[in-house]
Design a protein around this ligand. Structure first.
Ligand code: IPD
Ligand code: CA
Length: 271
């Protein structure tokens, strides 16, 4: 990590830029929801605000740190830098775009800083409420000055599990089949519509655990660090890293039972 600023310094930049981004998304909402396009499928929407916010963040980061790269949901870019110590920012300008479109007050800016392929700082900010979760690697996970430690639940049958669905109908078909068989084995399911906020809720213990297949790096980079720094296990299945096949987040006592249930139900399978 030689040459990279300290995680605290990167977090300060991330917080400032994410707050400005959230203000723009909030201010633009009424005009932005009249300018909507679709992406991978007819249900995968992008508004003018998703694009404007991403451009704003890229410009702000490049103004302050011109050598860094940015991987964002809407414009891509940001191939992993090869130079040791280089910083790559991982951005979801609006995570929960369908909530943004409908006015469900649950969508966020998610911004993380990665050095040498490792996320070292991250912030997730709810654009409506201003709730903000932060973490630095090794420095804990925080919300409003309070350190987060996740849920103390130990019984799978009492577990409130967050999850989400992809935009492809074949993938949704498999995901709902998994839930159909899971729902009798846990307390309940929540589908809140923003993976980054799901991860922060899990870090805070509002949800006991979370899993989703098909997430992109920008959906879980910041929230994954926040959950890990809250003491949760953030993994894929069968020893794999968290990634597009599966992101599973749970306190140590619940991770094994939930992991095994997901394997039994072939939750990484399907489209
Ligand atoms: C989506 C949300 C949703 C999750 C989807 C994501 P977007 O992100 O995080 O909760 O279930 O998989 O794609 O499209 O609103 O940025
Ligand atoms: Ca998004």
């Amino acid at each position: 990590m030689s040459g990279a600023p300290a995680p605290d310094e990167l977090l300060s930049i991330a917080i400032r830029v994410a707050r400005e981004a959230a203000a723009t998304a909030h201010r633009m909402r009424s005009e932005a929801i009249g300018d909507v396009q679709t992406k991978s499928t007819d249900t995968d929407v992008v508004t003018a605000a998703d694009k404007a916010v991403e451009r704003q963040v890229i410009e702000a980061l490049q103004a302050g740190r011109p050598g860094d790269t940015v991987l964002g949901e809407e414009y891509g870019g940001g191939a992993a830098p090869v130079e040791p110590g280089a910083v790559r920012w991982i951005l979801d300008p609006i995570d929960g775009t369908v909530n943004y479109l409908y006015g469900v007050p649950h969508y966020a800016v998610s911004l993380a800083a990665e050095v040498d392929g490792v996320v070292v700082a991250g912030v997730v900010r709810n654009i409506v409420t201003g709730d903000e979760w932060t973490a630095t690697r090794g420095g804990g996970a925080w919300r409003d000055g309070r350190r987060l430690t996740g849920s103390s639940e130990t019984e799978l049958g009492q577990t409130l599990v967050g999850t989400g669905f992809g935009y492809d109908s074949r993938r949704r078909d498999h995901q709902t089949a998994v839930l159909h068989r899971m729902i009798t084995r846990i307390r309940d399911i929540r589908r809140l519509g923003s993976a980054s906020l799901d991860l922060c809720f899990t870090a805070e213990g509002i949800l006991d655990a979370f899993f989703e297949k098909g997430l992109n790096h920008w959906d879980h980079a910041a929230g994954g660090l926040i959950a890990a720094e809250a003491g949760l296990l953030v993994t894929g299945l069968a020893g794999r890293e968290p990634g597009v096949d599966m992101v599973l987040v749970a306190p140590p006592a619940l991770h094994g039972p939930l992991h095994d249930l997901l394997v039994e139900l072939d939750a990484s399978g399907g489209a």
